[in-house]
Design a protein around this ligand. Structure first.
Ligand code: GH3
Ligand code: MG
Ligand code: MG
Length: 350
């Protein structure tokens, strides 16, 4: 399809006029070469008309398919393919449904016209063709053609705008999901916030009730953490907290959850884990923390220890009850010397 805008003043006073860069491509098909020349002459010379002549309708069809002209003027009676068959073939082309087709024929009777209309031909001209009428009809057709092209271009622009908007909405959603996820994480340690941890705890309790799998929890508290702040400063305390959570991540499974319950107190939720296995995990974590050095600068490094209370969920216990049991065990670990793991007794055993 030719490029460019504007449909006004395609032709003025019956003569084609140049219009801001837009060149309309017209194809004339007639098996008699002199007829094609007559039609071309009737259209007149104009820099905004590019006219291509064909005496062979099949050759014209091939050219139309690749060049997508703006208007076709065809004869009716031609030996290889008549104007009506040609119109049908043009209408069947991928971009052939909208191109205007004028049939110029000496056979200007009603039956032929009806047949032609059903083949998708838009206009008729009797032969011999009257130049003024031809130019007027061509002008009309090109005007409609231009409007169609502009509508199509506006539609294409809207469609690509729609695509861009859909993409932007999709990206926003991803960003929002990420922001929501980040809002559930503690900034310093990357552990879950207390609220999110408790939400997930409830979810896991529901899953446990359905699947009858064990569920255990660790309450973890850093030992004498206040003295780290006091001796090395708050920034070093912060470093110790993020170091602790990094070690936790390497000791826990990806299906476990670590939450920061407040200050230097954490909880780990271990799905599908009974108290025996949870105790093993807690012990491994305690040893890993105690063994890890936190490097402050070239020649100074510190270590921290943790105390852990372990509890398993029994029966229909609520999250608070299980956490309270783990907390009592943690308190016992602190009181019995710190840097140790204590298991909570099952409910009703004391
Ligand atoms: P215990 O072994 O009995 O748990 O003693 P502790 O010193 O660890 O416990 P305590 O509750 O007396 O002190 C906890 C300290 O943790 C006090 C508080 O200032 C500090 N703390 C809490 N949150 C943060 C934090 O985000 N960064 C730093 N640097 N310190 C924190
Ligand atoms: Mg502490
Ligand atoms: Mg504490």
């Amino acid at each position: 399809m030719s490029a460019g805008r504007k449909s006004e003043g395609l032709m003025e006073q019956g003569q084609p006029q140049a219009v801001s860069g837009r060149v309309f491509s017209i194809v004339i098909v007639d098996d008699a070469r002199p007829s094609t020349l007559l039609l071309k002459a009737a259209l007149g010379e104009s820099p905004n008309l590019s006219i291509t002549l064909f005496t062979d309708p099949l050759a014209a069809l091939g050219w139309i398919e690749t060049h997508r002209p703006d208007l076709i003027i065809t004869d009716y009676v031609m030996p290889e393919m008549d104007g009506i068959a040609l119109a049908r073939r043009i209408r069947a082309l991928p971009h052939g449904s909208a191109v205007p087709i004028i049939m110029a024929t000496a056979r200007n009777e009603a039956a032929v016209r009806t047949l032609a209309l059903s083949a998708g031909i838009n206009e008729f001209l009797g032969k011999p063709v009257d130049g003024t009428e031809l130019r007027a009809r061509v002008q009309n057709m090109l005007h409609l053609r231009e409007q169609h092209v502009q509508l199509q271009e506006a539609n294409n622009r809207l469609q690509s705008l729609n695509k861009m908007l859909a993409l932007e909405i999709e990206q926003r959603k991803i960003l929002e999901d990420e922001l929501r996820r980040l809002a559930t994480l503690d900034m310093l340690t990357g552990a879950l916030t207390r609220r999110r941890f408790l939400e997930l705890f409830d979810q896991e309790l529901g899953r446990r009730a359905r699947t009858a799998t064990p569920l255990s929890v660790l309450m973890i508290d850093l030992d004498h953490f206040k003295s780290i702040n006091d001796r090395f400063g708050h920034a070093t305390g912060d470093l110790a907290l993020s170091h602790f959570s990094a070690v936790c991540k390497s000791c826990l499974r990806s299906s476990d959850f670590l939450g920061r319950m407040g200050g230097e107190e954490f909880a780990a939720l271990l799905p599908e884990t009974d108290i025996e296995e949870a105790h093993v995990v807690a012990e491994r974590l305690r040893r890993s923390i105690a063994a890890a050095k936190i490097t402050l600068d070239d020649d100074v490094s510190i270590t921290v220890t943790i105390s852990i209370g372990v509890a398993e969920c029994y029966g229909y216990q609520q999250a608070e009850a299980i956490l309270a049991a783990a907390d009592r065990a943690l308190y016992e670990a602190k009181n019995s010397g710190r840097n140790r793991v204590v298991r909570a007794a099952p409910p009703g055993s004391f």
